[in-house]
Design a protein around this ligand. Structure first.
Ligand SMILES: Nc1ncnc2c1ncn2[C@@H]1O[C@H](COP(=O)(O)OP(=O)(O)O)[C@@H](O)[C@H]1O
Ligand SMILES: Cc1ncc(COP(=O)(O)O)c(N)n1
Length: 266
């Protein structure tokens, strides 16, 4: 089998738990070749985000051109996208060089409450990049902000939201239910015809920093290896569940998930 190449376009997390660092760890663990285009540098730890330094637009463009003109990618995953201008450049260069699978994790803020993608960039994300995606993976907070609706608080409301999110034009929507209380942590995948539930027992764990980045990166890695979307999500859900179970208790806040746990599963 040929080497599966995966590119993440996301922000750097100095604490190593989310963003580019989580993505590259995930790609490595799933036997793919990982590459990274950095949209912003964050000063971040387990307690929160202390500062955000967006990269200049020429720096973003140069990184994308270097990677896409030479190495190419079987899958591209996006995370923190910063601004409308950053999104336009990403959409332009992906269209110029072509792409196979695009996984969009529509990161708007950190779990600790800091803004990572500007409010005014949401419109650009929805109209420019979203329709290019193989799958978009919002959490409940992101879904409500994107749809401009009230908080999503039940599985039935999740189902209604996933249908509406699909109308924005991506091939698939994976709506993540990590923030919904209950015995099970349920994610819903909708491809425009079929709704698939992915459910795992909720783990009582405070160290969940980086779960969303890890799930989306695992999907991108599996798609790059040739899996279909259902199998890719199935593996990614198993990967993130193992990672949450063995989350690291480091720092004074919410620690990161453990990316090597899936490889060591029994
Ligand atoms: N406590 C938990 N136990 C089991 N799975 C969880 C838990 N928290 C989150 N997940 C899973 O982790 C993935 C990321 O979900 P979520 O936390 O909703 O996203 P985000 O990190 O973007 O806020 C989803 O598959 C979700 O179901
Ligand atoms: C650079 C970067 N990208 C994404 C997240 C979201 O991760 P989380 O929801 O775990 O805070 C983050 N905190 N930092």
């Amino acid at each position: 089998m040929t080497l599966a190449k995966v590119l993440t376009i996301a922000g750097s997390d100095s604490g190593g738990g989310a963003g580019i660092q989580a993505d590259l760890k995930t790609f490595q663990e799933l036997d793919t070749y990982g590459m990274s285009v950095i949209t912003a540098i964050t000063a971040q730890n387990t307690r929160g985000v202390q500062a955000v330094f967006p990269v200049q637009l020429e720096a973003l463009r140069a990184q994308l051109e270097s990677v896409l003109s030479d190495i190419g990618a079987h899958s591209v995953k996006t995370g923190m996208l910063v601004s409308a201008e950053h999104i336009q450049i990403i959409a332009e260069l992906l269209s110029t060089y072509g792409y196979n699978n695009l996984v969009i994790d529509p990161v708007l803020g950190s779990t600790t409450g800091s803004e990572l993608t500007k409010q005014e960039a949401i419109h650009e994300l929805k109209t420019t990049l979203w329709p290019m995606a193989t799958v978009v993976t919002p959490n409940l907070i992101e879904a409500a902000r994107i749809l401009e609706t009230a908080p999503i608080e039940t599985v039935q409301e999740m189902e209604e939201a996933v249908y509406q999110l699909h109308e924005l034009g991506a091939s698939n929507i994976l709506l993540k239910g990590g923030h919904l209380p209950g015995e099970e942590s349920i994610d819903l995948l909708y491809d425009g015809q079929n709704l698939t539930h992915f459910s795992q027992k909720r783990i009582n764990q405070a160290n969940t920093h980086g779960t969303g980045c890890t799930l989306a990166s695992a999907i991108a890695a599996e798609l790059a290896k040739g899996a279909d979307i259902i199998d890719a999500v199935e593996t990614a859900k198993a990967f993130v569940t193992c990672a949450i179970k063995e989350g690291f208790s480091i720092g004074n806040g919410a620690g990161p998930v453990n990316h090597s746990a899936y490889r060591r599963r029994s």
